[in-house]
Design a protein around this ligand. Structure first.
Ligand code: HEC
Length: 157
């Protein structure tokens, strides 16, 4: 009888499934975080964290009820599609053009009031942004766009 030693046995896949957190949490330092690309004052970060990061970052703050199905499924779906569109922790991976587009999209989502998703603000009342918080973010988007433009122009030479 021959014992076949597979270099990567199937059960390893299985074990990985158990190890992998099914939750969107990451304790790692994120080298591609948006704050490594443009400067991000603490107040800006605070607002984005409370209103956007649950769906647009690698860290989601899960209240207890999200452990209940189908809420869990529903929320994971939003996190997945939100992160696909925009992930603040992976902003540095985007091409400069995409970074500009995303910043523009953030601005219009706030002006039009499409973000955060209304279904989210039903539960997370503090994610409803005041006019002052919105203008804080919009001003920050403006200056971030300018600084990205300057970077792009200086790298042309
Ligand atoms: C409950 C989850 C959730 C929260 C909270 C949330 N978003 Fe979103 N966001 C989504 C989903 C899902 C999409 C993709 C589908 C869509 O556009 O509806 C999205 C899409 C976007 C897009 C579009 C990206 C593009 O390229 O068109 C922007 C910009 C955005 N969100 C910004 C924000 C900002 C800014 C906040 C906080 C003020 C925020 N979002 C809060 C779930 C969320």
């Amino acid at each position: 009888m021959k014992i076949i030693l597979h270099p990567y046995p199937r059960f390893v896949d299985l074990i990985i499934q158990f190890i992998q957190p099914d939750h969107n949490k990451s304790g790692q330092v994120m080298p591609k975080d948006i704050s490594t690309i443009v400067s991000m004052p603490d107040e800006v970060k605070g607002v984005l964290k409370k209103a956007c990061y649950d769906c647009h970052s690698n860290n989601t703050d899960y209240p207890w009820y999200t452990y209940v199905q189908p809420i869990h499924w529903f929320i994971n779906y939003h996190i997945k599609s939100g992160k696909d569109e925009l992930n603040f922790n992976e902003f540095g991976i985007y091409t400069p053009r995409r970074q500009q587009n995303k910043l523009r999209a953030i601005e219009s989502s706030l002006k039009e009031g499409t973000m955060p998703l209304w279904s989210y603000t039903l539960i997370h009342r503090n994610a409803i942004l005041s006019e002052a918080e919105k203008s804080l973010i919009i001003d920050w988007v403006q200056s971030s766009k300018d600084s990205l433009n300057k970077k792009a122009n200086s790298s042309v030479h």
